[in-house]
Write a protein that binds this ligand. Sequence first.
Ligand code: ASP
Length: 346
Amino acid sequence: MSEKPRPRILMIYTGGTIGMKENPVTKALEPFDFNHLLDNVPKLKMLDYDISHHQFHTPIDSSDMNPRHWGQIVKVIDDNYDNFDGFVVLHGTDTMAYTASALSFMLQNLSKPVIITGSQLPIGEVRTDGEENLITALQIAAARDTDGRPTVREVAILFENYLWRGNRSTKRSADNFDAFRSNNYPELAKIGLGISFNKEALWRSKSSSPQLEVHYDMDTNLLCLDLFPGMRECMVRHILNTPGLKAVVLKTFGAGNAPAEPWFSEAIRDAVNKGIIVVNITQCPNGEVDPYRYMTGLELAQTGVVPGHDLTFEAAITKLMYLLGKGLNTDEVKRLMQYNLCGEMS
Ligand code: ASP
């Protein structure tokens, strides 16, 4: 009888609290190196997996994360795609949801798990959440369906008791161990005594043998305009006249509403007429933009603003970077912003 091969997992360590250590002089947490992390999780040896690792040359606090780093992660996954069954990315929590969203677009046709995790307390601390998060992330990356295919075939965030779709996730707490949520999509798995996958929620490609397609160019000529009562025309116009601006994520009230004052509609219309893509998402953590519900939302749609439906802010920003980076024309970007590419919108 042939034995089942041991799952081969590649861990990619980018930095973040999970691998940080207190600086004895400043007392601030600083990124440390990967060996320190392995020394602190002897239990890893109890998993019957072949675990290899790749470490960022200089581990970073994830507040320093940028599209060049995303490209590095994508390259490591692409170079090692055929040699591993799954990938675990260790990452700071602050920008984890942005990285998860970006990777979901940059790794098109993914058919293996890319599980991103980190922790709120460094792994060397007694009450750390890092050890459990790391071990569970590895177990999820190694999980197989009865036909031998990976259970998870997408980018996901594992944190505390849940596995969330990467491009649906948001960091919701700066100090709670249960730090992430996906407000518009159910969990992919719930972690209790066992790991209980929510099979209906998992992403399944329409193609039976998807070929990984990697994409590196992320165009960052975009901005966010977060509405609040009392916004001044000169400031809104200043933002919309930023040289080189190609797209704006407009964070609106409720179901996608904005002030009906003529100067506001005019400023937005001028931007749209200049070819700037304006995408409407709601400031509410839960729910979606419905441009036909209120007059104030309808007016925006009539000026050519694209409804972003229930996209998270992180997904809206990174999806625009990805589509603009592909060099598509404005109409095509607008069309695809309303089309579900990899589970990012309902
Ligand atoms: N500032 C840290 C980071 O994002 C926070 C964390 O890892 O939880 O890298």
